[in-house]
Design a protein around this ligand. Sequence first.
Ligand SMILES: Cc1cc2nc3c(=O)[nH]c(=O)nc-3n(C[C@H](O)[C@H](O)[C@H](O)COP(=O)(O)OP(=O)(O)OC[C@H]3O[C@@H](n4cnc5c(N)ncnc54)[C@H](O)[C@@H]3O)c2cc1C
Length: 717
Amino acid sequence: MDSSSSSSSFDRFSRRAAVIARHLRDPALPAAASTAAAIEAAPCLRYTPPELSEGPPAFEPRELRRLLDGHGVAERDWLFRAMEESPLFCPRRRGGSGEGRVFVAPDYNQTKEQQREMTMRRIGHLKSRGVFEGWLTAAAGDDEAEMRKLAFLECLGIYDHSLAIKIGVHFFLWGGAIQFFGTKRHHDKWLKDTEDYVVKGCFAMTELGHGSNVRGIETIATYDKSSGEFVINTPCESAQKYWIGGAANHATHTVIFAQLHMDGINQGVHAFIAQIRDVDGNICPNVRIADCGHKTGLNGVDNGRIWFDNIRVPRENLLNSVADVLPDGQYVSSIKDPDQRFAAFLAPLTFGRVNIAVNTVYMSKIGLAIAVRYALTRQAFAITPNGPELLLLDYPSHQRRLVPLLAKACAMSFAANYLKKMYLKRTPESNKAIHIYSSALKAVLTWQNMSTLQECREACGGQGLKTENRIGILKSEYDVQSTFEGDNNVLMQQVSKALLGEYVAAQKRKIPLRGLGLEHINEPCPDIPENLTSSILRSFKFQTDIFCLRERDLLKRYADEVSQYQAKGESKERATLLSYPLAEDLARAFTERTILQTILEAEMALTAGPLKDVLGLMRSMYSLICMEEGASFLRYGYLSIGNAAAVRKEVMALCSKIRPHALAIVSSFGIPDAFLSPIAFDWIDANTWSSPNNELQWSAAAQLYESNGINLFACTK
Ligand SMILES: Cc1cc2nc3c(=O)[nH]c(=O)nc-3n(C[C@H](O)[C@H](O)[C@H](O)COP(=O)(O)OP(=O)(O)OC[C@H]3O[C@@H](n4cnc5c(N)ncnc54)[C@H](O)[C@@H]3O)c2cc1C
């Protein structure tokens, strides 16, 4: 094609374009008139707050919030306000008209160093507001102080995971180790200073070579009788302490876990206090520290690696509630069995697991509150020609994606509260049960949180990917919950192993099972009706029966399979490993039955009325969605193929029953508006041309502060 022909076709195209444009501009022309009418028929989208479009709630959301939070509603609201009011919590205004709305969230665009310093500055601010008072020094048995602390921790996590973890490591891993493993001399010396942040603590258990297998750690402690000191050494690269929260920048002290070698005998893992930095932040002699580097989330926590080059700590720094070394080098312990001694050293991790289980449900609540509110204001496609577009939440498919997750979040809240209460009332006798429940619930609730957040992210389409809309970033911030404080898969194996132990012991001694809710196994096997009607499917009797049936059958199958392997000559350990598929199904069956019981108890405690009715619907939804998703119900025949289809149908029926309550349910989650995100409110206004570009605004604000000599990122020591 020569240039003249190409220019003539360009001219033809330009002329056509000009004619079309004239048609569109000139209202006198018939074609233009029809175009104008079409434009009028589809006016620009307007945002209607869901509170207006949805009508009044059938129940009082504050009442459900009181049940779901379980305690400390006023304290929580106080702390939320304290965070909203401080510029350190990055308030940002969104909205182009009127006043807009203010949201608070960390600035995840900051470098990891900046995020770490901001975390410390926020801690400094919270300390000045008295948030941490009594966290380590309140009198034993002061349940009120304990509950307030737990409520505060939940609020801090709702703002930012790094903030909650940095505080958690200092107070509950370092401080907890001193409380649990230490004795009066350690309590007197360290607890008040820890509460006041005079010392900043970390917890050095994990090594490069050993994470889940704590017993295999390679750091060595020996006792030097002549000086009355322990000598702690990192003998090889795989023994370097790894992932230690607080170690990279801020911690002044650490608890070191090491194998205690006494006179050629390895007495097992013990815990020692050591100083790693001086008051000016300089690393102590014979200690080397490196950064773990940038992570996919949680960059406000300075995770570090530590090597100990024969550091010396006084004999008194052995945390000696479980075992001690006398000045003459004699090793003494009230717990003779090394297995039990080791278990006692893991006790502080229990609180971490309780806290993670509780905290993770709130992340699901944030995701769900945002996704449901968005689905109540966002439309997509019309299903009739020229008809209005449908609200996302009016699509059965969207209901199926979000409504069961609402039921799971509610059910799991009750389970988390149950665990929290059990932990507060702990006795030496209940420690084992708490270990099992906390392991099971930590694993199942954190896994559920990740899939809930993913579904919520997708339910918000592209908006779900914007950092300011929180859900996407929450996924990467909270992913680690399935790994730290006990890897989920390892924890679930421990749960099934413990259940097996209870079962085998009861069989051997010919006594009924007691504890862990397993008493139902002593009763006759429940009967499951052949044809599951809607009313049977919604009855709590059927739901508990089928959950119990699954648990007892799996426990028996697991025990039988393990003994069959043993009969073929396998060791007990290998037999349990080979029966892993059954172990996995069993641990889930135990956990889901426990969760069902807690929501059922909450429902039964209510007087008749709309709230009880809605909770009943949610309990049914929780039960049925577990049946629909849990392959074991079909795999082992607890549900026939026909009944599995009936369950699926009932899930859909429940979706449309619960749909009208969706807004009230997410309101009852108690997440303040400022901790949600722009798409949970007027997302059109938040995105107008005149709405501030907040990332630019924030960095401009930071520059302004700095030009006035204020370093926003400077850490208060
Ligand atoms: C951000 C972050 C912060 C942390 N903070 C701290 C801290 O402050 N202090 C501290 O001491 N530690 C900390 N940790 C370490 C954490 O506790 C460990 O990462 C965790 O215990 C898992 O150990 P690992 O990473 O070595 O994984 P591994 O134990 O190597 O596990 C890897 C995989 O193998 C599987 N696996 C392991 N054992 C078995 C088994 N017996 N059977 C079947 N499968 C198995 C696991 O399920 C997992 O999928 C932190 C970790 C992270 C990521």
